[in-house]
Design a binder for this molecule. Structure first.
Ligand SMILES: [Zn+2]
Length: 381
């Protein structure tokens, strides 16, 4: 018994040498750098993880290294630090993975003496402070990425529009396309949304930023949940460059939307939305038979890279919503069947446009080219 205690004690002493940052210090470090890599000229936004999972957080880089052999360690006394105080925020910078490696790499570390890094840190933090003093709003990010692997930072087109305080995420790949799988997905969406709302209130964020890349039915469902929060900024992932895109001040709307309706006064309405690809009527008939009304929306020249910018997304969302609601008022539908081929950000916005006081049950489908029928029922809203 006594022996055990001793072992425990000694391991505690070793840990004490490298002080763990308190939650409030972590938070402060995050706020000070505005959630952006502190390296001069780098715009990469870092993602904080709720679970405290360090692989999903920007790297905490030491200006003066902690271990005896680490970079710039020989400057410790000169800069008035002790082993203990090396963990103070004044000696830490949040960086993206690449830059944290660059300043420590044995081939490049000599280019980054303490003076340069302290200066970089100060200038970055002053820059972030100037946003707060001007008008930049504080935001919370929602990362809904259930396709492909997780992301650990956000490469943003242009300067970040908000101060990112924290992020709520689900980045577990969605693989169970069965009925149970979709039900589980809906449940996770609700939990995620609750945490997101709490975080917004707790941190008094004025805006929320949504980074979606998930199966379409989950995104439409998530959008539906996201109706009563602070204003949202929804991003789209541009795969080729690997960056997230939203607003662009100089950009005009580029797409045109055409629609056609086929009304036979049935009790089902099929909505076909063709943006990144074409939703074929044949595939819809394969599923619903012949007895349904339909309204089809199609942009000029549908394609994968179409409709990334907010200007286009808002235009499409409002046109679709207006037309569908006109039909809902004129006709008497019991069910809506939604077939969607389009980008993730627009899927969120379509979901946000579903007004439960006006829209009847909406069935959402997942497309699978190898399945019969090709559109498989996923979930209802
Ligand atoms: Zn960087």
């Amino acid at each position: 018994m006594e022996k055990k205690d001793k072992i425990k004690e000694s391991s505690e002493t070793t840990e004490l040498k490298r002080r763990q940052l308190a939650t409030v210090e972590n938070y402060q470090l995050w706020v000070n750098c505005g959630g952006i890599c502190s390296f001069e000229g780098c715009d990469i936004r870092l993602i904080a993880s709720e679970k405290g999972n360090l692989t999903n957080v920007g790297i905490k880089a030491h200006i003066i290294g902690h271990a005896k052999t680490s970079p710039r360690r020989e400057y410790m006394e000169e800069y008035g630090y002790t082993e203990e105080s090396l963990e103070n925020l004044s000696n830490l910078m949040l960086m993206c993975h690449y830059h944290s490696k660059l300043i420590d790499d044995k081939h490049t570390k000599d280019q980054f003496p303490p003076d340069l890094l302290f200066k970089m840190k100060k200038e970055h933090e002053d820059w972030v402070k100037s946003w707060t003093e001007s008008k930049k709003k504080k935001s919370i990010a929602l990362i809904h990425k259930r396709l492909g692997g997780p992301i650990t930072n956000i490469d943003h087109q242009g300067e970040a529009p908000y101060i990112l305080l924290d992020a709520i995420e689900n980045q577990d790949e969605f693989i169970n396309f069965s009925k149970e799988g979709w039900e589980e997905g809906k449940k996770i969406n609700r939990e995620l949304y609750e945490r997101f709302k709490e975080k917004i209130i707790e941190s008094e964020a004025k805006v929320a930023e949504v980074f979606p890349l998930s199966p379409i039915p989950l995104l439409i469902d998530m959008g539906f949940l996201l109706t009563d929060t602070v204003p949202l900024s929804v991003y789209q992932f541009e795969r080729e460059e690997g960056i997230w895109i939203s607003d662009h001040p100089d950009r005009q709307k580029e797409v045109e939307l055409s629609s056609s309706a086929d009304i036979k006064e049935e009790d089902k309405l099929a909505i076909l939305i063709s943006v990144s690809g074409k939703v074929k009527m044949k595939d819809v008939q394969e599923l619903l038979g012949d007895k349904f009304d339909s309204v089809s929306f199609e942009i000029n020249d549908p394609g994968l890279k179409r409709v990334l910018y907010k200007q286009d997304v808002s235009y499409l969302q409002s046109q679709i919503k207006e037309e569908v609601e006109k039909l809902l008022q004129e006709q008497d539908y019991r069910k809506i069947h939604l077939f969607y081929a389009g980008p993730a950000g627009l899927a969120i916005e379509i979901g946000r446009g579903i007004n439960p006081n006006m829209w009847v049950e909406v069935c959402v489908y997942q497309y699978n080219i190898r399945a019969t029928p090709r559109y498989q029922y996923a979930l209802s809203i």
